[in-house]
Design a binder for this molecule. Structure first.
Ligand SMILES: *[C@@H]1O[C@H](CO)[C@@H](O)[C@H](O)[C@H]1NC(C)=O
Ligand SMILES: *[C@@H]1O[C@H](CO)[C@@H](O)[C@H](O)[C@H]1NC(C)=O
Ligand SMILES: *[C@@H]1O[C@H](CO)[C@@H](O)[C@H](O)[C@H]1NC(C)=O
Ligand SMILES: *[C@@H]1O[C@H](CO)[C@@H](O)[C@H](O)[C@H]1NC(C)=O
Ligand SMILES: *[C@@H]1O[C@H](CO)[C@@H](O)[C@H](O)[C@H]1NC(C)=O
Length: 775
C-alpha cells in the first residue's frame, strides 16, 4: 500500500466516511455575475512605491481604517478609503537592513512589514513590524487627525513574525495580546504566547505544535450566562504536521486549539505555560481518497448568544494536483464539546522506538485535564490553575490532542468550488423579506476576486464574484464593517473597498429577483431594485424578493422596449451589445420576430451580436432575449431591441456590392455554392471593389498619400484584407431609454472583435488614486 493510500485509509475511509460532494454542490458553484474591477462600487487605495497592504484595523469609533503596508501605516476614511487622512512611516534603519542581509536574507525580506495592528483599552494602538527579521512593536496614537508612532519601541519576538512570508495570527482581548508565531530567527520555535499581561506560552514540543502554519485566532465569551462557571476561551486555528498517523512522509492536518483566558500556568509543572492548551483535528471532508484539506482562514459569526455562534473556515488542498477549495462551518458548541467531553489521544510505544497514537480510555485525573477552572474545580478548592494537581498537568503536558475530530455542521462543506484557491473569508447575516436570516459569505481568492455566496437550505448560490484587484494577486486580508456596509480587502498591490451589496446593479425585476441577493428586493413603487430596509416595515408589500425559491413570477410584465434606431451603410461591421445580468442566462436573438440563425456574416458573441458585413438585407428589427432557468422555471426577458436602417443616401447610385468574403469564423458545406456564380459577377464585384477602395482611400496608387489616420494599425502584419483598415462610425440617435446596454455602439471593419468598453477599461493597468496629490 502506498503511503498516500495509507493516509487515505487512516483518515478518511472509515465506514461512516463515504464522502462525496453532491453533483449539485459543484453545479451551483458558478457565480451568476462578475463585477469587473473598474465598477463604480469598488474603491481602491494604493501609494506609489508602497507594497504589501496586508494588515488592517477597523476603527469604527473614529471612522477610520488603519492599513498596515510595507514600512508605513495609513489612516483612511472608512466610508471611502481613497481618502487618506493620516499616515506614519516606519522604515527599517540601514544598519538593521545590512545586519539582515548579512544573515543571508534577501533585500526583499529585510524591510519592515507591518504585521500587527490592535487597539488598546486607552484608545492607543499597538503596532508591530517584521523590521528586517528583528520583530519590533510600538505604540501609535491618533490625535488631531494625525497618526504618530511613539519613540519607545519594544521587542516583538514571539508576537510578530521574523519572516514576512510566514503565516501568523494575533488577537487583543482585555488588554492581553495573544500571538501565534515563532520565537526565534530560524522559525524553529513556534508558540502561542500571551503577553502584555501575565506571560504564558506553549511548550516547544512536537506534540504541542509541530511545524504549524498559524491562521486565525478568535475569542468566545463562554463565561456569559454559563451555569458551570466556565471561562472565556481563545481559539487558535492552524495546520501542522500530524503526529498521530503512521506515515512515512509529512502529512499536514488542520487543527483547532483553545486556551482559557484565566489560565495562569502551573505551579511546578507547566510553569508559565498554558495548562489549558488542547487541540483537535478540524475536518472538512471534500473528496473521497484525498489528503486532508488545510484551513486557510476562519471567521466567527457571532450570535447574540455565543452558543449559537458559528465558525466559518476556508480550506484548500495540500496537494497541488487538486484545484478545489471549500468552506466548512462549525458550531461553537460542537467545537467546545470535543474539548470538554471528547476522549484524549495518547502515545504508546510499539515495537522498538516507534510511537503510535491511540484513543486514551483509562481514567482521567480530576479536574479534567485542560478544562478551565469552573465551579466544580472551585468546589475542590482549586481556585486558579496554579492549584491544579501535578497529575492533571502532566496529562495535558504530554497529551494535549483530542481523539475525535471536529466535524462540520451537517457533516459536509457548505461550498466547494473549482478554480482559484480560497484565501480569506468574512460572513454577514441578513434578514430577508421572508423573515429568515441568511448567512452571506464573502470569500477572497488567490487571484484578486471575492465570491459572494449564500447557502439556501443546502443549495449553494454564488450571487456574484467581484474582481477587486486588476492584478491576479491573492486577497491577504478581508474585513467587514456592518456599520458602513462595506467590505475591505488587502493585497500586495493595494487595498480595496466594496459595498456588501449594490442593488442598483440589478436592472430589471427579473434580474433583481433571480439574483437571489438577500440584501436586495424589487421595489414596485419605485420600479427599481433597492436595498431591503433594515426594519421590517409595512412597505414590504411593495417589495418582491424570493431568495429561497427564486420565484420571479410575480414580477410585473415589463413595458415593450423602444427600439434603438441605428443607420448603417453596407459593407461595415456592427456590434449590437446585449449585456446579460446573468452568466447563467442563455442569449437568443430575433430578427424581425424570427429566431436569428447565426450565419457566416453575423455571429453571437457572449454579450453582443456581431454583424461582420452589412448588406441591404441587414436592415430590420433585432431583439436580444435572455432565458434564465431557476428552480425549474424559465424566464425570458427582452434585454435590448435595435432597429437597423440602411442609409440610402450614401449608397445611392453607386450600386455597391458586398465586399469580398473575409476569413470566415465557421465554414459549412454550403460555402461551395458560390462556384455556381457566374464569373462575370465576380469580375464586376472585383472592379467595384477596386473602385470602392480607391474612393475610400484604402488603397494607395502611386502618388496618392494616405490620409486616414484612424485606419487601425496600419502595418499590422495580420491585416492583409484592405477592408480591415476601415473604421466606420455608426451614429446613434439620441434617446431616453434607460437600458444601459446602449452605452456602446461601435464599429469598425475587420475582425476586430474587441471586448465591450467596460472590459477594455478593466484590462488596462488601473489608474490608482494618487493620494499624495489629494492631500
Ligand atoms: C471617494 O472619494 C474620491 C475622491 O475624493 C471620489 O472621487 C470618489 O467618487 C469617492 N467614491 C465614493 C464611492 O464615494
Ligand atoms: C510584497 O509585495 C510584492 C509585490 O507584489 C511581492 O512580490 C512580495 O511577495 C510581497 N511580500 C510579502 C511578504 O507578501
Ligand atoms: C433573525 O435575526 C434577528 C436579529 O439579528 C432576530 O431578532 C430574529 O429573531 C432572527 N430571525 C429568525 C427567524 O431567526
Ligand atoms: C425609431 O424610429 C421609429 C420610426 O422608424 C420611430 O417611431 C421611433 O420613435 C424611433 N425611436 C427612437 C428611440 O428614436
Ligand atoms: C447618411 O449618410 C450621409 C453621409 O454619410 C449623412 O450625411 C446622413 O446624415 C446619413 N443619414 C442618416 C439618416 O443618418
Amino acid at each position: 500500500m502506498s503511503p498516500w493510500a495509507l493516509a487515505c485509509f487512516l483518515l478518511l475511509c472509515g465506514p461512516a466516511a463515504v464522502r462525496m460532494i453532491g453533483a449539485a454542490g459543484l453545479a451551483g458553484a458558478l457565480p451568476r455575475n462578475t463585477v469587473p474591477c473598474n465598477d463604480d462600487s469598488i474603491t481602491l487605495f494604493r501609494v506609489d512605491g508602497v507594497w504589501n497592504y496586508s494588515s488592517m484595523l477597523l476603527r469604527e469609533d473614529l471612522g477610520l481604517l488603519l492599513l498596515g503596508a510595507r514600512e508605513a501605516v495609513y489612516g483612511l476614511d472608512l466610508r471611502n478609503i481613497s481618502r487618506k487622512t493620516a499616515e506614519v512611516q516606519w522604515a527599517v534603519t540601514q544598519d538593521k537592513q545590512a545586519e539582515c542581509t548579512d544573515k543571508g536574507k534577501t533585500l526583499m525580506d529585510c524591510w519592515n512589514y507591518i504585521r500587527i495592528l490592535h487597539v488598546l483599552k486607552d484608545g492607543r494602538m499597538y503596532v508591530c513590524g517584521t523590521n528586517a527579521f528583528s520583530p519590533t512593536c510600538g505604540y501609535m496614537t491618533y490625535e488631531g487627525g494625525r497618526l504618530s508612532l511613539l519613540s519607545t519601541m519594544e521587542d516583538g519576538k514571539g508576537i510578530c513574525p521574523y519572516d514576512p512570508y510566514q503565516r501568523y495570527s494575533s488577537l487583543m482581548v482585555d488588554g492581553a495580546l495573544y500571538s501565534a508565531t515563532t520565537l526565534n530567527f530560524l522559525g524553529s520555535e513556534p508558540l502561542l504566547l500571551r503577553s502584555l499581561t501575565t506571560a504564558l506560552r506553549t511548550e516547544f514540543q512536537a506534540m504541542w505544535l509541530n511545524e504549524p502554519q498559524f491562521v486565525s485566532m478568535v475569542e468566545v465569551p463562554e463565561s456569559v450566562g454559563n451555569v458551570e462557571g466556565d471561562d472565556d476561551k481563545v481559539y487558535l486555528f492552524f495546520s501542522e504536521i500530524a503526529v498521530e498517523y503512521d506515515f512515512s512522509s509529512k502529512l499536514a492536518v488542520s487543527r483547532v486549539a483553545r486556551v482559557c483566558k484565566k489560565d495562569k500556568g502551573g505551579q511546578r509543572i507547566l510553569q508559565k505555560k498554558w495548562t489549558s492548551f488542547l487541540k483537535a483535528r478540524l475536518d472538512c471532508p471534500v473528496l473521497e481518497s484525498s489528503l486532508p484539506f488545510l484551513v486557510q482562514d476562519v471567521f466567527l459569526w457571532r450570535a447574540s448568544d455565543w452558543r449559537n455562534s458559528v465558525f466559518y473556515a476556508v480550506f484548500t488542498p495540500q496537494s497541488a494536483s487538486v484545484d478545489l477549495s471549500a468552506v466548512c462551518a462549525y458550531s461553537v458548541t460542537a467545537v467546545g464539546d470535543v474539548f470538554s467531553k471528547g476522549k484524549f489521544k495518547t502515545p504508546v510505544t510499539v515495537e522498538t522506538s516507534h510511537t503510535k497514537w491511540v484513543m486514551y480510555s483509562g481514567e482521567l485525573p480530576v479536574p479534567r485535564p485542560g478544562a478551565c477552572i469552573d465551579n466544580t474545580a472551585k468546589q475542590m478548592g482549586i481556585m486558579t490553575t496554579l492549584d491544579l494537581p501535578d497529575k492533571v498537568l502532566q496529562f495535558v503536558q504530554t497529551q494535549p490532542l483530542m481523539d475525535p475530530a471536529v466535524e462540520p455542521l451537517s457533516g459536509r462543506p457548505l461550498l466547494v468550488k473549482r478554480g482559484a484557491a480560497f484565501t480569506r473569508i468574512v460572513v454577514d447575516r441578513v434578514t430577508a423579506l421572508d423573515g429568515q436570516n441568511y448567512t452571506v459569505m464573502f470569500v477572497g481568492t488567490d487571484n484578486g476576486f471575492v465570491q459572494k455566496a449564500v447557502n439556501y437550505d443546502g443549495e449553494m448560490v454564488i450571487i456574484e464574484e467581484m474582481q477587486l484587484f486588476h492584478q491576479p494577486v491573492p486577497i491577504e486580508i478581508l474585513r467587514l464593517s456592518v456599520a458602513t456596509g462595506q467590505l475591505y480587502a488587502g493585497s500586495s498591490h493595494g487595498a480595496a473597498q466594496v459595498s456588501l451589496s449594490v442593488c442598483g446593479r440589478y436592472r430589471s425585476c427579473l434580474d433583481c429577483v433571480l439574483a437571489r441577493d438577500p440584501y436586495c428586493a424589487w421595489n414596485l413603487a419605485e420600479g427599481r431594485c433597492t436595498a431591503l430596509p433594515h426594519l421590517q416595515s409595512l412597505q414590504t408589500r411593495n417589495l418582491i424578493q424570493s431568495v429561497k425559491d427564486a420565484d420571479a413570477s410575480t414580477c410585473p410584465i415589463p413595458e415593450t422596449m423602444e427600439p434603438e434606431n441605428m443607420t448603417f451603410t453596407t459593407g461595415m461591421s456592427i456590434k449590437l451589445p446585449c449585456q446579460q445580468g446573468s452568466k447563467r442566462a442563455a442569449v437568443h436573438w430575433l430578427k424581425d420576430d424570427q429566431p436569428l440563425n447565426p450565419s457566416d456574416e453575423d455571429y453571437v458573441h457572449e454579450d453582443s451580436l456581431l454583424i461582420l458585413r452589412t448588406s441591404a438585407a441587414t436592415a430590420g428589427r433585432y431583439e436580444c432575449r435572455s432565458v434564465e432557468s431557476a428552480k425549474g422555471r424559465k424566464y425570458t426577458a427582452t434585454v435590448a431591441v435595435y432597429k437597423l436602417l440602411l442609409n440610402e443616401t450614401v449608397n445611392e447610385g453607386k450600386d455597391v456590392k458586398p465586399l469580398p468574403p473575409q476569413p470566415k469564423p465557421r465554414t459549412t458545406g454550403h460555402d461551395l455554392l458560390p462556384l455556381q456564380v457566374p464569373l462575370v459577377a465576380l469580375a464586376v464585384t472585383l472592379a467595384v471593389l477596386l473602385a470602392w477602395n480607391l474612393y475610400r482611400g484604402h488603397l494607395c496608387l502611386p502618388g496618392c498619400r494616405r490620409t486616414q489616420e484612424s485606419a487601425g494599425s496600419p502595418s499590422s502584419p495580420g491585416q492583409t484584407n484592405p477592408e480591415a483598415a476601415e473604421v466606420s462610425e455608426i451614429t446613434l440617435l439620441p434617446n431616453r431609454n434607460i437600458n444601459n446596454n446602449h452605452f456602446s455602439v461601435t464599429f469598425a471593419g475587420g475582425m476586430d472583435t474587441t471586448a465591450s468598453p467596460r472590459d477594455k477599461r478593466c484590462s488596462v493597468p488601473l489608474q490608482y488614486i494618487d493620494d499624495e496629490s489629494e492631500i
